[in-house]
Design a protein around this ligand. Structure first.
Ligand code: G3H
Ligand code: 13P
Ligand code: ZN
Length: 302
């Protein structure tokens, strides 16, 4: 069933767990995320970036999301919305949650635009995630070299003034596969401070773990990924314990899919039926998402 982001996240906040928000760009990813959530009896957030929408088309992604919502409790969410026209299109077509990412704006302007978007979305019963501070790293359309950690008092003022339903904060993560030179370290004290004074659910972006087994597998079958490092599972556990209720993951799904496709193509060069290449990749995503759900503690909560 399609739920608003607010409904799922408020419940997660009360229950002290986090809901996985997984980026999708095609049918196989939607099916895998939905199937993992169904098996684990977990609520889930299926999210699409502006880049995913320009790749697959909004109505294709929307219909895939609707199909998944027939058998899982989920929100369909726009990730890192910056283009106000895309935000309006998502609200209009029936997304149940959107993010307005004004982290590139100065504080006052971020408040002004976020508040305007909250007004549009709430009229249609659509939830709004906003961002304060800067999560570093590179995505298709969003690039930022520096991480500006979130000031707790700014986060409170921002949440109070905008009326957003959840808030993405910067505590040391970044987007993509190259987050840390070695061991990961999040600013958990800062998270605690923010969680003490901000009443709405908090969101962690850039949360992929970049499992070394997947990096090795991809490299073994021809990828050239170098030496990427993500957020350890221990740090993610601490983040959930200290107030994170939504965890965004994209890179790990890309790695799992890529590594498996490479393996099949390399080990079975005679195969050219794409279903035989994509089925194992989809299965690998199911396994990965099931493990994430258990780590975040949302299993059995649907
Ligand atoms: O943070 C969001 C995702 O990693 C989106 O990446 O813009 O390349 O689709 P993308
Ligand atoms: P990762 O690149 O760590 O998967 O982060 C994804 C994300 O934050 C999507 O909004
Ligand atoms: Zn993000």
């Amino acid at each position: 069933m399609l739920e608003t982001g607010k409904k799922l996240l408020d419940k997660a906040q009360k229950g002290n767990y986090a809901i996985g928000a997984f980026n999708v760009v095609n049918m196989e990813l939607v099916q895998a995320v939905a199937e993992a959530s169904r098996i684990e009896k977990s609520p889930v957030i299926i999210q699409t970036s502006e880049g995913a929408i320009s790749y697959a088309g909004l109505s294709f992604l929307y219909e895939l999301g609707m199909e998944a919502s027939k058998y899982v409790s989920m929100a369909l969410h726009l990730d890192h919305g910056r283009d106000l026209n895309i935000i309006k299109d998502c609200i209009k077509i029936g997304y149940s949650s959107i993010m307005y990412d004004g982290s590139h704006l100065d504080f006052k302007e971020n408040i002004r635009v976020t508040k305007k978007v909250v007004g549009w979305a709430h009229k249609q019963n659509v939830s709004v995630e906003a961002e304060i501070g800067t999560i570093g790293g590179a995505e298709d359309k969003i690039k930022s070299r520096t991480i500006i950690l979130t000031e707790p008092s700014d986060a409170k003022e921002f949440a109070d003034k905008t009326g957003c339903d959840s808030l993405a904060i910067a505590i040391g993560t970044s987007h993509g596969a190259y987050k840390f030179a070695g061991k990961s370290k999040l600013d958990i004290n800062r998270l605690r401070e923010i969680n003490k004074i901000v009443k709405i659910p908090l969101v962690l972006h850039g949360a992929s773990s970049v499992p070394q087994s997947l990096v090795r597998k991809a490299n073994k079958y021809g990828a050239k990924l170098g030496n990427p490092h993500g957020v350890s599972e221990g740090e993610l556990r601490k983040a959930v314990k200290n107030g994170i209720n939504k965890i965004n993951t994209d890179t790990d799904l890309r790695l799992a899919f890529d590594a498996t496709v490479r393996q099949i193509i390399k080990e079975k060069p005679e195969v050219f039926d794409i279903r035989k290449i994509l089925s194992p990749a989809r299965q690998e995503i199911i396994n990965l998402v099931r493990n994430k759900i258990k780590l975040f503690g949302s299993n059995g909560k649907a």
